[in-house]
Design a protein around this ligand. Structure first.
Ligand SMILES: NC(=O)C1=CN([C@@H]2O[C@H](COP(=O)(O)OP(=O)(O)OC[C@H]3O[C@@H](n4cnc5c(N)ncnc54)[C@H](OP(=O)(O)O)[C@@H]3O)[C@@H](O)[C@H]2O)C=CC1
Ligand SMILES: O=C(O)CCC(=O)C(=O)O
Length: 446
């Protein structure tokens, strides 16, 4: 960092949040990207915009006690980070995973501020969750956990105030239990959660939206070089919601999905893997990739990360979790011919890995732009719930395509304005920073 203002904000933040490594990583990358804007205009410093932007408006932490199937009392930590509401009600998912900490949720909520702004829909930045591990838990245990979590969180959310949705470990089943508890306590305010099943008035197309949106964004990048997905070999990490629907759309548009993974193993085949088998294993049941049924001699399963396997490919789509690609793994991708990386997960590439992509001058789409389709359709779900209407899948998908295109255009425009080539990561940060900063200035200091 070179600008005195950004540098001093980051130094103070690092001193007061020394152990929050993921959060500091996200803020550092963001501040580096927007320095060109800070350099040209001291209004931001006069209004202390950066100091206010890096401090959450509110963090709620609470105890989640529940009883397991063996009648043992279990205690987990619950959180909601309400980071910034300049652009509207706090909006962002809930994550249930043993790796959840305040630092992880702060980085996710911070990124969400700018992602949500890029959608051009009125939603502020938030995120929440728990260190609860749903793996191996019975349906009744999940329901009891959700009930206890929501008894507390109910006090802090509302359809015009803070609207959670899903993320890792939280899908339609969990969202239904959470909404059921909220409804019992506060009444049937449909819009307090998004990502609900469609028969509970979730939006058609929300389940698919993050993965499909990722591919719509990727298509915009491919179009810059007059290319398309047809015949392209695509590495995908993860096999959850985002990964699976991204894979489906790649296949629909003529690409070849050569790998998918989970936290234990990777399945790969240069001629393409069987997405129906992935769906049966990982979407319909909480099974493991190691149990993928191999029906030919070329499919392989290895108990390691996909980023540690040498696979010749054109495109990489990290769709599992944060910091899954380090510097060496990024170098392996470049060596194996990858020319496009688009992030389905949030911050899946470590800063050193991003540096490798930039030096290799490949096309790189940052998660806060390329995975914004999910939250965008969540915002459409809020609109539908408020209007007491339910739009068709086709209508939602058409709007999603338009939103992803607009996000790409904003990134591209900022790159043009600041002569950044195709550094879409910087473009996304600059475009969204300017919008949120303007709103904060308009709203005054309070
Ligand atoms: N759902 C959404 O709408 C959105 C999600 N995202 C982001 O996308 C990513 C995936 O979320 P989502 O698909 O919803 O979550 P899911 O819970 O549906 O799937 C997560 C997938 O990632 C794998 N995974 C999790 N942790 C690790 C790890 N440490 N190493 C390797 N694999 C891992 C899981 O494997 P396993 O089965 O072994 O746990 C699983 O395959 C997250 O970063 C999330 O924040 C971003 C925007 C919207
Ligand atoms: O749909 C939402 O509200 C949240 C999506 C989300 O958590 C994300 O974009 O990372």
């Amino acid at each position: 960092m070179e600008n005195a203002y950004t540098k001093s904000v980051f130094e103070k933040l690092s001193a007061s949040n020394a152990h929050e490594t993921e959060f500091l990583q996200a803020v550092e990358a963001f501040l580096e990207a927007i320095e060109v804007v800070i350099d040209e205009d001291d209004t931001y410093q006069q209004h202390a915009i950066l100091e206010r932007m890096v401090e959450p408006e509110r963090i709620i932490t609470f105890q989640v006690p529940w009883v397991d199937d063996n009648n043992q009392i279990q205690i987990n930590k619950g959180y909601r980070v309400q980071f910034n509401s300049a652009n509207g009600p706090y909006k962002g998912g809930l994550r249930f995973h043993p790796t959840v900490t305040q630092s992880v949720l702060k980085f996710l909520a911070f990124e969400q501020i700018f992602k949500n702004s890029l959608t051009n829909l009125p939603i502020g930045g938030g995120k929440g969750g728990s260190d609860f591990d749903p793996k191996g838990r019975s349906d009744n245990e999940i329901m009891r956990f959700c009930h206890s979590f929501m008894l507390e969180l109910t006090k802090y959310v509302g359809s015009d105030y803070d609207v959670p949705s899903g993320d890792i470990g939280v899908g339609q089943r969990e969202l239904s239990y959470l909404y059921g508890t909220y409804k019992k306590l506060q009444g049937p305010h449909l819009g307090v959660f998004t990502g609900k099943p469609t028969n509970l008035y979730g939006s058609f197309g929300r389940t698919e939206a993050t993965g499909y949106g990722l591919i719509y964004f990727l298509n915009e990048m491919l179009a810059v070089t007059n290319e398309s997905l047809v015949g392209k070999k695509v590495i995908i990490s993860g096999s959850g919601n985002v990964a699976y629907y991204a894979a489906k759309k790649v296949q629909e548009l003529g690409g070849i999905v050569i790998s998918m993974s989970d936290s234990n193993a990777t399945v790969y085949n240069l001629a393409g893997i069987d997405l129906d088998a992935i769906k049966a294993l990982k979407i319909d049941h909480s099974d493991r990739i190691v149990n993928y049924q191999i029906k030919d001699e070329v499919t392989k399963i290895e108990e390691k990360s996909v980023w540690d396997i040498d696979l010749e490919a054109d495109i990489a789509l990290p769709c599992a979790t944060q910091n899954e690609i380090n510097e060496d793994q990024a170098k392996r991708l470049i060596k194996n011919g990858v020319k496009f990386v688009a992030e389905g997960a949030n911050m899946p590439t470590h800063s050193n890995g991003i540096k490798v992509f930039k030096e290799a001058a490949i096309y790189y789409a940052p998660g806060k732009a390329s995975n914004a389709g999910g939250v965008a359709v969540s915002a459409l779900e809020m609109s539908q719930n408020a209007q007491r209407l339910q739009w068709t899948t086709e209508d939602v998908d058409r709007q999603l395509q338009g939103i992803m295109k607009q996000i790409f255009v904003q990134c591209q425009q900022a790159c043009e304005d600041y002569k950044l080539g195709f550094d879409y990561a910087a473009g996304a940060d600059i475009a969204s920073f300017k919008k949120v900063a303007k709103q904060m200035i308009q709203l005054g200091i309070y």
